[in-house]
Design a binder for this molecule. Structure first.
Ligand SMILES: C[S@@+](CC[C@H](N)C(=O)[O-])C[C@H]1O[C@@H](n2cnc3c(N)ncnc32)[C@H](O)[C@@H]1O
Length: 370
């Protein structure tokens, strides 16, 4: 079989593993989840690689997975497994001739890694955004068929010189990006784990749709809203490039109408604009909605979780959200860096939500004490 070497975004690398699919079914009640691929940052292999690089956590889950799938001897102790694993990772890191990860499929715009998961996780841990992989001819043809025509037109139409977030396409690999890293996405994925299929999400102030697109890749039915048509033109064009079907609506949050709440609401560096900045700037379309009314609407729209990134004063926003909504449980996902500014990423949960226990456990496993 002819294989092609291609450079691809690390954030499009997913795995489809039957054992992981089985464990996913136990996370929620939905039986439809097993066909959906899992982003590599959610894999136990990533936990194990992080354990080596950051000295936190352990390799126990990956050890169990490797034993269960026959990738290592059933009687190997965790200590020996860790020693071998560390040696293997060191070898991969320093051997420029090691085999490239092999991609077996392009599913729902996710590159399915068939072989070389550890190298993919290593690339992620080393902070790489792109990695060289090998793919067979049919996958390669589908990969190349992701056209950027609509995006190219939007860029020309709006004289766009840069993007807020990365574009997951080789033609825009060198584009100027406001927030080039994917720290927020990685943390959100680690918190959510393999859930997505059967759930819906709303991304407020979605800009070019970066988070919406990524959450839809892992199975969420996503809606993104933003008042800026320039940003939404990019979001829509990228939806075509990626072959996804996120619904984007050009409106202010105040104007957004829906007849049902969303399982997960995403509001990254946008509530601060709505609560404080837009009042101060007296934007006509927003001035009629004070922050109490914004919060009431947000509360009604959020069924389980509000994923949030702050403005310059996280404490002020946290207090306001907790005391003006049913989203009273707050868990920090750590500090972040906006476009040169310090921010905080976190999640607000409802104490009575059916996802509360699941998300709290994932938070304890991946974020507590960090
Ligand atoms: C700082 S950017 C953050 C973009 C994205 N949420 C992220 O963090 O990657 C804020 C975005 O929110 C949008 N926005 C601000 N106020 C809004 C409002 N009241 N309704 C809808 N979108 C809004 C802006 O157009 C902009 O795209």
């Amino acid at each position: 079989m002819t294989m092609y070497d291609v450079i691809v975004p690390v954030n499009l690398l997913f795995a489809s593993q039957p054992r992981l699919a089985a464990s996913r079914r136990s996370c929620t009640d939905s039986g439809t989840m097993s066909t959906f691929p899992i982003p590599i940052v959610v894999l136990t292999a990533m936990e194990a690689v992080d354990c080596i690089f950051q000295g936190r956590g352990n390799v126990a889950s990956y050890h169990q997975d490797c034993v269960a799938s026959g990738l290592c001897q059933p009687d190997i102790s965790e200590t020996d497994f860790l020693l071998n694993f560390r040696r293997r990772i060191r070898g991969l890191r320093w051997n420029p001739f090691c085999h490239r990860p092999i991609i077996s499929d392009l599913q729902n715009d996710c590159l399915i890694v068939q072989d070389g998961i550890e190298l993919c996780c290593l690339s992620k841990a080393l902070g790489k955004s792109w990695v060289k992989v090998s793919m067979p001819e049919d996958v390669h043809a589908r990969w190349l068929a992701r056209s950027t025509d609509d995006l190219d037109n939007a860029v020309v139409r709006f004289s766009r010189k840069s993007f807020y977030n990365p574009v997951e396409h080789p033609a825009y690999r060198k584009a100027k990006i406001g927030r080039p890293d994917s720290i927020r996405l990685d943390r959100i994925r680690k918190l959510l784990g393999p859930i997505g299929p059967g759930l819906c999400g709303l991304d407020i102030g979605c800009n070019m749709g970066y988070t919406s697109h990524h959450l839809q890749r892992q199975g969420f039915r996503m809606t993104g809203i933003d008042y800026d048509e320039n940003h939404l033109a990019v979001a829509r064009a990228l939806t075509t490039t990626y072959g996804l079907d996120v619904r984007f609506e050009n409106c202010y949050f105040r104007q957004f109408q829906t007849d049902k709440p969303f399982d997960v609401v995403v509001a990254l560096t946008v509530l601060y604009h709505m609560f404080y900045r837009q009042e101060e700037q007296d934007i006509p379309e927003c001035s009629r909605m004070d922050k109490g009314a914004v919060m009431k609407k947000l509360d009604a729209l959020t069924r389980h979780a509000l994923l949030w990134e702050s403005g310059p004063d996280p404490g002020r926003e946290i207090d306001f959200i907790r005391s003006n909504s049913g989203l009273t449980d707050y868990y920090s996902l750590g500090p972040t860096q906006g476009t040169g500014k310090k921010r905080e990423l976190g999640v607000f949960l409802r104490p009575d939500s059916s996802l509360n226990d699941y998300l709290k456990k994932r938070h304890a496993a991946h974020f507590a004490g960090r």
